[in-house]
Design a binder for this molecule. Structure first.
Ligand code: ASP
Length: 280
């Protein structure tokens, strides 16, 4: 049993040392809680649980604390993928729900498993998700500063459970100040992908992650026999050719954990019951 989570990249709003330390501490607590949960739950349930804790923490740009888009509205995206069934479900540009990842998880029961915009919100309301504003004053301040001046930090979790099953979940408030209707990588197979060999979650500039098909490529390479490390190295070399900005976390079927970023500003934590790794 192992778990790795990420808290995205530092945004322009949280470059301070204090925020960095607060994020590291929070990641450590959440990795520990999620690891405890993993003892008696599947990887699939655990990744959703871990991401919901990250969404509830306003330090991170997902759920509460999400970035505001250029028209003043928050739209969030989240996806979950079960490595065993290879099914992905997700929401794109959903408004006013506390935990987009739980709506994404609820959709796993459906044939139509990725919903966007009003459809996603209507589905959430019909399935008992209450109206909830995820805006915090700090994000409004940043938004207003951007309006006057003419802007990242997704969250994700990958876990392997006691039966060796892999799963991944990713949730984002977007890159901030985007054109309404923009679709990030987080609820696509570029940003969130798993099968029975490997599971990967990405953060960074969505357009770069999609252009490089980052998660899907890493998982495919590992499935075809490449080591997790080499799959990362090759995929990040390719990202460089498009001057891409991204980071990723992963676990393979043998329990190897790996992470890499194009710019060393990603925050993440991994835990295997004994050893903690917290970086950046
Ligand atoms: N990938 C997200 C996006 O492009 C942002 C992030 O990871 O911070 O919307």
């Amino acid at each position: 049993m192992k778990i790795i989570i990420h808290g995205g990249f530092f945004s322009e709003s949280d470059q301070s040392h204090e925020v960095k330390v607060a994020k590291q501490n929070s990641l450590k607590n959440i990795a520990q809680k999620a690891f405890e949960y993993l003892q008696n739950n599947s990887a699939f349930d655990t990744v959703a649980y871990a991401v919901s804790l990250l969404e509830d923490d306003e330090l991170f740009n997902a759920g509460i604390g999400s970035q505001i888009q250029s028209d003043g509205v928050i739209r969030m995206s989240a996806a979950i993928m079960d490595g065993e069934t290879q099914k992905l479900s997700g929401v794109i540009n959903i408004q006013d729900v506390k935990n987009p990842i739980f709506v994404a998880k609820e959709l796993m029961k459906e044939d139509d498993r990725v919903l966007g915009g009003n459809g996603a919100k209507n589905y959430a309301s019909e399935h008992g998700f209450e109206n909830f504003s995820t805006e915090i004053p700090q994000r409004r301040k940043e938004y207003e500063a951007k309006l006057n001046n003419g802007g990242k930090g997704t969250v994700g979790c990958v876990a392997i459970d006691k039966n060796g099953k892999l799963a991944v979940a990713t949730s984002t408030g977007g890159k901030g100040f985007e054109i309404p209707g923009r679709i990030s990588d987080s609820a696509t197979v570029a940003g969130n992908y798993a099968n029975s060999f490997c599971a990967v979650s990405c953060t960074g500039v969505g357009e770069d992650i999609v252009s490089n098909a980052t998660s899907a490529k890493i998982v495919t390479r590992v499935t075809d026999g490449m080591s997790l490390k080499n799959a990362f190295i090759k995929t990040f070399e390719e990202l460089k050719t498009i001057d891409g900005f991204a980071g990723a976390i992963a676990i393979d079927k043998d329990g190897n954990i790996y992470h890499q970023d194009s710019h060393p500003t990603m925050v993440f934590a991994s835990f295997d019951g004994e050893n903690f790794e917290v970086f950046n």
